[in-house]
Design a protein around this ligand. Structure first.
Ligand SMILES: Nc1ncnc2c1ncn2[C@@H]1O[C@H](COP(=O)(O)OP(=O)(O)OP(=O)(O)O)[C@@H](O)[C@H]1O
Ligand SMILES: [Mg+2]
Length: 255
């Protein structure tokens, strides 16, 4: 059974109902099985963030349908969506979305406070484990504007991971990380994918990060362009990803 099914997702910004090639998304159909580890790649402006925001219910499609765990999220009210997201999804957005008035640690534990079944002891162990793993434990009492972009990004990752979500949706989660932190993050993703069967959907422009995934979807001009599955080792898969990016076009630094 698919954990996520998206059918004919179309997005026209601005509310104008005009179907043309300038739409942010043009009829994307996508099925994700439980336990998949998928990267979404494509040039800047190709619609990756728009797609992820629609899959996570943050934004609404102009046309199309999304089912997650068999439930049609396009019919949810805002409140239903917020609860569904809280209970099932871990979202890391491209611009982190940390709250300025809370410390990094307070930001990271926020999703637990929104639950009824909060176990305070387990909570502090979990936040410590994550912060130590991602090397931001020393920054835990600082506010977002007093730490680096990479530290904010890791705190946002901890906030998304703290609830052990069934599905993780991450938009450029390694975009602000150096190669060491980026490798560590991807190894963590791989570990929870293998050990906890977490389903991961990750937008990235980084071919190395994508090479950890089992499947890479390429989008261009708001359409599905092609997809590849990993059958080989990470290094050969990395080369195959580069080949696809070369075919899809766009400047290397745009991807
Ligand atoms: N809020 C908005 N209002 C109008 N147009 C938008 C809005 N957000 C995105 N767009 C447009 O939709 C298209 C897709 O944008 P999107 O942010 O999804 O691209 P992306 O693939 O995530 O790019 P990047 O790699 O730069 O993050 C772009 O042409 C963009 O200009
Ligand atoms: Mg984006």
């Amino acid at each position: 059974m698919y954990i996520l099914q998206a059918e004919n997702i179309t997005k026209v910004y601005g509310g104008k109902f005009e179907i043309n090639s300038n739409n942010a998304l043009n009829g994307i159909t996508l099925n994700i099985e439980e336990g998949e580890f998928t990267a979404i790649m494509g040039p800047s402006g190709s619609g990756k963030t728009t797609l992820l925001n629609i899959l996570s219910g943050i934004d609404e499609p102009t046309l199309g349908k999304i089912k997650i765990m068999g439930r049609d999220i396009t019919n949810f009210t805002r409140d239903d969506m917020a609860i569904f997201r809280r209970d099932n999804l871990g979202i890391i957005s491209q611009d982190f979305d940390l709250l300025d008035d809370l410390t990094l640690e307070e930001n990271a534990i926020l999703p637990l406070f929104m639950r009824d079944d909060v176990d305070e002891e387990g909570m502090s162990d979990k936040v410590k484990e994550l912060f130590q793993f991602f090397n931001i434990w020393e920054q835990k009492d600082k506010y977002p504007y007093n730490v680096s972009g990479g530290q904010q990004q890791r705190a946002a990752a901890c906030r998304a991971l703290i609830t052990n979500p069934k599905i993780i949706m991450a938009d450029e989660p390694t975009g602000n990380l150096d190669s060491k932190a980026s490798t560590k993050f991807m190894k963590y993703m791989q570990m929870i994918n293998e050990n906890k069967n977490s389903t991961i959907i990750m937008v990235t422009h980084d071919s190395y990060a994508a090479s950890f995934c089992k499947r890479v979807l390429f989008i261009k001009d708001g359409k599905m362009y092609t997809e590849i599955y990993r059958k080989e080792g990470k290094k050969d898969f990395f080369n195959r990803i580069l080949d696809c990016l070369a075919i899809i076009g766009g400047e290397a630094d745009e991807i």
